[in-house]
Structure formats: C-alpha cells, structure tokens
Write a protein that binds this ligand. Sequence first.
Ligand code: GDP
Ligand code: MG
Length: 782
Amino acid sequence: MTLKEIKAGQSACVLTVGGSGALRQHFLDMGIIPGTGIKVVKYAPMGDPVEICLHGYELTLRLDDADKIEVEPISDTVDQTSEPPKSVNEHLGLGEGGRFHPKGSGDPLPEDTMLTFALVGNQNSGKTTLFNQLTGAKQHVGNFPGVTVDRKDGAILGRANTVITDLPGIYSMSPYSSEELVSRDFVMNEKPKGIINIVDVTNIERNLYLTMQLLEMDIPVVVALNMMDEMTGNGGSVDVNTMEAMLGVPVVPISAAKNEGVHELVDHAIHIAKYQEKPQRQDFCDENDHNGAVHRCLHAVIHLIEDHAKAADIPVRFAACKAIEGDTLIIDQLCLDENEKETLEHITLQMEKERGLDRSAAIADMRFSFITKVCASCVKKPGESREHARSSRIDKVLTGKYTAIPVFIGVMGLVFFLTFNVIGARLQGLLETGIEALTGVVDSALTSAGVNEVLHGLIIDGIFEGVGSVLSFLPIIVTMFFFLSLLEDSGYIARVAFVMDKLLRKLGLSGRSIVPLLIGFGCTVPAVMATRTLPSERDRKMTILLTPFMSCTAKLPIYAFFVDAFFPRYKALIMIGLYVLSILIGILIALLYKKTLFKGEAVPFVMELPNYRLPSARNTLQLLWEKSKDFLQRAFSVILVATIVVWFLQSLDFRFNLVENSHDSILATIAGFIAPLFAPLGLGDWRIVTSLISGFMAKESVVSVLEVLFNAEGGVVSAMSSLAALSLLVFSLLYTPCVAAVASVRRELGHKWALYVIIWQCLIAWIAALLVRLVGSLLGIV
Ligand code: GDP
Ligand code: MG
C-alpha cells in the first residue's frame, strides 16, 4: 500500500520511494528513506495535502506525492532512543571554554586576512536571529520556511576583519529550489574561510543531514546547536563533547534568541577560520554497514575521480557522493571521459545490487544511519516539548477540518477591520489633526512674513497639501504590516499555506504561493522578492504576475480618499468590495494563465510546519520601524518631488509664465493628449489623468496630485460624479503597479515581463473600469 492510504494517527514504515529527479532527491534529503517510520498526523481540511511526522518533525506532502511512497503499516513509531550512555570521553580538545584546538601553535592566516563566514542551516533554524545577534543588524526574522531570500552580509560586532553572510535556509546541498542553489554556489564558489552551521537541536536528525554534507566541503566548520533553551527546558540534553568527537568539528550549544553561547561560538568560528582547521572527519560510511557496499563504492569513486575533482576545484568526497547520486551539474564540472563515466556507472550499479537500494537512497541512508548513531550516543531527546504540545493544540483549531477556513476568513477579516476601522483609522485621525494644525501655523507665518505668492502657493498648496495627505496614511500602512508580520512570525502563515494548497492548486499554484500573495497586500516589492522561495520557475513566474492583483497598502490612500468623499455611508462595504473584486479578477487571470502561458502542474508541496512561536517584541517593533522609515523616505523623496514637479507643471505654461487658470498649463496640455483614452471611463479630465500618471511613480501620490490640481476649483467632489469615482477606484485598483514594483519584477523576470506587467495591468484595469461604468449606469448610479 502507499502512504496515501494510511489514516490520520496511524504509522507506517517506508518500503520504497518512487518518483524521479530532483523531487525524489528532495524526499530522500528530507529523510523519507526506506526503513524510516512515518506517522500520518492529519489531512488538510480539504483532504489534501497531508501532514506527516518523521524523525521528530512535521512535513507536508500532497496526496499525489504520498502515493509514490510505498509503505507497510506498523503499530507505532515510538523513538527508541533512551538515555545516551554517559561515558567520560577523551575528546579532541574542542569546544572547551578557551582551550581550543590542538593546533594552537600552528600557522595562522596573516593578521589582516579578511575572515569570511557563511551562515548555513535549515530553514527556520534561527540563522537570521543569530545573524542579527552577531552583527547587530536588523534583518527581518520570520517563522515561515524561507523568509531569508537574499544573502546579507555584515561584520561580526567587535571583531575586526570579519564578514558573515546570512544565506537562505537549505536542507541539503542538492539544488532543489533556486535558493538552495544560491547557498550551494556560495559555499562552493566563494569558498568562505569558515562555515557556521546552525543546527536546530529540537530537530537534530534532519539538521545534521546538511551538516554531514557541509563537512565534505573541506572548509572549516563550527556547529552551533541552536534552540538549546527549548531543548533543556523540556528535559533534553546533548553530550557536546561526544558529538564533537564523532563529527570532528567544534560544537557549541547556543540560544540565538536569548543570546546565550554566542560569544563562545564567535571565538570558535574565528579560531577555526584563522588556523584553517578543516573538519577532522569526512568518512562517515561504515564498512560494517550492510557489508560495506556503500563504503566500498564511495571509496572506489573517490579514487576514480580524485584528479578530476582536484582539477575542477571541488572537494573530492563531496564530488564522489554527488557523482554517485547522479548530480549532473557536478558530473559535468568533473569532465570525466567516457571510460571513467562507464566505470562510475558500473561501480554504482554494483553498489545498488549489493545494497538493495538505488543510488540516491543508499547515500541518504548512509548519512542517516550515521546520524542515528550520533544521536543515540549524544542526544537525550526531550519529552514532547511544551512548544510542540501547544502547537498541536492550536493546530486542532487552526487547521481543523471544519474550523480552518472560517478561522482564516475571520483572522483576515479581523486584521482588515482593526486596520481600517479601529486602530489605523484612529491614529490616522490624530495625525491628520496634527498636520492641519501645522499647515495652519506655517500658513499664517508665511502670510505675516509677506512671502512671495508663488512660493507661498508652492509650500502650502503644493508641499503641505500633497505630502501631508499622503503622510496621514502612514498609520494604516504600519498597522497592516504589523498584523501581517504577527501572523508570519507566529507560524500561522505556514498553516495557511497547508490549508489553502488544494484551492491554490486548482489555480495552478501551490500553497506556498499564498505567502507572496498575502505579502502583496502589504507591498508588491517584498512580495515579488518572497517568490524566490518557490522551488519551481513556473510557480514563481506565475505568482509574480499575480501579485499586482493583491491591492497594496499604497493604494489605500486612494480608496480612503474617494470612499470618504463619495460614499461615506458604505465605507467598509466598498473597501471590502474592492479587495474582493481584485482577488476575483486575479483568480480569473490565474485560470487563464493555467490554460495558456503556464500549462502544466504546480510543483510538489513539501514544506515543514514549524512550531508556533510567540513573535518577539523586538522583531515586530523593528519591522514597524523599517516600514515607517521606508514610507517616510518615499514620502519625502519620490512623492515630494512628484508633488513639486506637478505643481510647477500645472502653474506654468510653455513660456514658463505663471498661469491664471491651470487649464493653460503645461500639464494640462500633456495630459490632454492622453485624456481621450480615459473618456469612455468617465475619467477624461486632464487632472485625473495626471494624477494617475503620477501614480506610476508612487500610488500614494495620486491623492496628493489630485488635491493640488483640484484645489483651485473647489475640490474633486464637485468635479466628479459618483460613478466616475467608482470607475476611478476600480482603475486604480488594477492598473500598473508603481515603478518600484515594476523594477523588482524586472529584476526577477527581465525586461520583457516588466513591460508585459505594465501594459497588461493597464489593459485589464481599463476594461474593468469600463464595465463598472456600464453596469453602474444601467443600475442608475450617477
Ligand atoms: P531562519 O529561517 O533560519 O533565518 O530562522 P529565523 O532566525 O527567522 O528564526 C525562526 C524562528 O525561530 C523565529 O520565530 C525565532 O524567534 C525562533 N528562534 C531563533 N532562535 C531561537 C532560540 O534560540 N530559541 C528559541 N526558543 N527560538 C528561537
Ligand atoms: Mg532567515
């Protein structure tokens, strides 16, 4: 039978792992190997995907993929790891406070060598938390697999000549997703002086799998056992000395979140880098294990390719493992001749025959058997951790069969309600009052000082009016980000991905796409960047092209302004209506894409579900600060410039004389050319067209430009009908994202797609706005 047929709560033992290529390798790397015990935790509310537990951690899997895994039901997978033997070990002299390595008198690298470190570890193991501790930097931390999408560099606090790089989380050195490739290439090509391998001890088996591959890289490694606080808090412990002896590298227990053990870690890292202490052990294959088939194969291949590996500058043992696994990238780099390729194939076939497993499974199994030995002798597993027990209880509701979707809708509804009606709105009121008061003061000061009329106009009607109106939306944007970051940080978004996978799959996406899409409600730029965690190019492209349909917070000022002015009684209704409309159109477009541009299936959904964690106040505050700073910078750069330029263009004519009536201005003439295009939408006024054009710079400036332009003629309200306002709302909802967003699309997908996004979005917006106008006039809205 297959894993798909196992009921929730039951356990099974893996017999064979089907499938092919990178996905199968990924399964193996995640520890799904013949002989492993797997417990089915639960099925998602819509019946797909399934959550399984193996090696003490939780993973999601689609039923189609579970169907490829042949299993045999067993009674239960109780971990038989009892108390590890507490022998007094002759250790290698590593890891003891201050007493380092035997080679203390060796030849260190010259004093002024730049010590470069790579921070490598699984997703969610605490890399970014540690990076922030080490460098004092303020990177965003999240409890969702794949929050770090770009590498970041920083110097270690108080240590001269050090650079540490925070890499995306990876599970293995086989390239599965594009971010895994980033990390692998960094380690292989940039050859850091040392690797800090961060290991989540609460999840040690899976984390050590990566460690074993790092040890093969022939680069000094120090292992940081993170989350020690959770481990010891629940009665677990690690015999660090024994582990050091078995792995042959320094092992330092730390808690990145509590800043414990971090200093010691830095000492070790600098030491191993300075003295270039390579891992003392790389040979983890056991000659007694299954008659040593894997052992003999590995060593034979090592000898076979040794010269090629040296020539290609790839660590030989790593190259051998990858060559056996059939990693074509590495095999190509090795430049083996036909004869050697055949020999490699023969050796591998022989091993498969003797071992009774295929090549990839055999290598993965070799690594996991060693890890099992390490854990048996040095790790006392905690009882079910409080965090995990709590997570399961919370999950009963948040991913429960009947509760998951109502809770999701409720949570998102609450976020919007609190943002637009309660917290954000109140703060906004306060800020507006403040800005008005300030404008009044400056206005009278300018008048009493008898300042030139043009300058007065520029300052009060241009800058204060324009920037002020944008600024007053800061509270709403910050509140929105605050809630999104709480959800992400706590681990809820990962559950949303699990729950929504089946639905998103109907659109040709995977559950993972939900994260970039949700971030898109905040800002399209980080949303586009977040798609880098998606393992398939196809999903990534499609998700990027759909993010503009998630209405970003910068468009809020537009909605708020028009809804306030034209539909004060239906505020919430129209706001929600707009969001729903954009999502519906997004869905239609996704279905269209699925049939045309992006045929084929979404990638498999293999994702870890982290424990729920209380978001730390520090991280949250930091994020808020960053978002506010970002917004303020935009307000005082792009938007300020846009406002001033627009004010001048509308105050001057082509001979640079001040105009009496802005009809005669430069701006009116330019916008007048385009205006006919907008006439069918009821938006043929050159001032509206101008504001939309400036919205391409930054959406916030649509409102400020309108305020500036309409000021002289008694405001926007008298100049527009309600129906035109509605059509304008829909147009702004859908038309091209701002320059910054388009630039990030360009960076991810290139020129052509960026241009495509601009044109395509404008076209859709135009059609939708026209429909709204037609339907509206049929319904008799004026
Ligand atoms: P990354 O994906 O490896 O960069 O991991 P992050 O740094 O984003 O951390 C993932 C989660 O683990 C966050 O919720 C952190 O607050 C939490 N975390 C990190 N270090 C520790 C630790 O030492 N103890 C505990 N209890 N939690 C931690
Ligand atoms: Mg990170």
